[in-house]
Write a protein that binds this ligand. Structure first.
Ligand code: IPD
Ligand code: CA
Ligand code: CA
Length: 299
């Protein structure tokens, strides 16, 4: 098989696997599964482990030369040029409580041999599947991004005041995360902040324009790799909290539709520096600003 034929198969084959894996998650949810603790606070279920094993087997059959790095412990062929980051169940806490909002996430990284272990390669393909809504998000570097086969793009919303944004709180680091301060500020300055419980879906929702932004501390490559490519291919922007390049291991992710990115970075800068922020507008001031902006765009 030639290289280009293999490349053409990345997204279709991975989509097939993600759909099958998602079907298994749906069945596990219907049956009900017991929840265990992985470490002190992180939840895990038989569904996380079984589905990771399934994805590992199927990826190994379809792409025998690709490595696999999975949340539930899979570490295979990591010296290869291509590596899949796999989250078999992103949204375990929702799943364990019977809330139908979770997904399978798979991102493909291309790594050159000279890269050090802690350096990122290039994410070249991404697949995120929500089995409860039968929504399949796919992206290929330089070619585009789709939801169930239709091209998607980020929203055109111009400022935070008109935005719906999202975040999350990782369970393991929750005691020393400053995120609650950002949560509060952004809640009072936007249409609201959603904490929906699946970082990969949050990124997919930025890509398709449902959210204007998503940020979180302490995520891992299996949470962000696929969503990162989706956002970029959808015309959005993704960075660390200072506006520098997003890195899979940086533990800072700030994604947006691009239009509100600099405004968000300004808030991060001020909050980290302990500076007072601009006063929160009253509902009346908020409406006046909106009217002024609408009038300006109609001129
Ligand atoms: C979690 C979800 C959640 C985010 C956590 C992640 P998991 O992944 O993406 O939204 O806030 O930080 O760990 O554990 O359900 O795969
Ligand atoms: Ca996850
Ligand atoms: Ca997971």
């Amino acid at each position: 098989m030639s290289d280009s034929a293999t490349q053409l198969e990345w997204v279709p084959k991975a989509s097939e696997i993600a759909r099958e894996a998602g079907g298994q998650l749906r069945e596990f949810l219907a049956q009900g599964v017991e929840t265990e603790y992985k470490g002190d606070v992180d939840l895990v279920t038989v569904a996380d482990r079984t589905v990771e094993m399934f994805i590992r087997t199927r990826l190994g059959e379809v792409f025998p030369d690709h490595g696999i790095y999975g949340e539930e412990g899979t570490r295979e062929r990591l010296d290869q040029q291509y590596r899949w980051y796999v989250d078999p169940l992103d949204g375990t806490t929702n799943f364990a409580h019977g809330i139908p909002h979770f997904c399978v996430s798979m991102g493909l990284e291309q790594r050159s041999p000279e890269l050090a272990a802690d350096q990122d390669g290039k994410i070249v393909a991404g697949v995120i599947y929500n089995p409860m809504l039968d929504e399949l998000f796919t992206a290929e570097r330089g070619k585009g991004v789709w939801l169930n086969g239709r091209p998607i793009h980020v929203s055109a919303v111009p400022d935070l005041g008109e935005a719906l944004v999202a975040t999350g709180f990782p369970s393991r680091k929750r005691h020393d995360s400053p995120n609650i301060h950002f949560y509060q500020e952004f809640t009072l300055r936007s249409h609201g902040v959603r904490r929906a419980g699946s970082a990969a879906l949050d990124l997919a929702y930025v890509a398709c324009g449902r959210f204007e932004s998503f940020w979180e501390f302490h995520l891992n490559p299996w949470d962000t790799s696929a969503g990162f490519l989706l956002v970029e291919e959808a015309g959005g922007r993704i960075s660390n909290f200072s506006g520098g390049p997003f890195q899979l291991n940086s533990r800072e992710v700030l994604a947006s539709n691009g239009h509100i990115h600099d405004e968000l970075i300004g808030f991060f800068k001020d909050l980290f520096a302990g500076r007072d922020l601009t006063p929160i507008p009253t509902p009346r001031e908020y409406a006046e600003r909106r009217a002024a902006r609408e009038a300006a765009t109609q001129k």
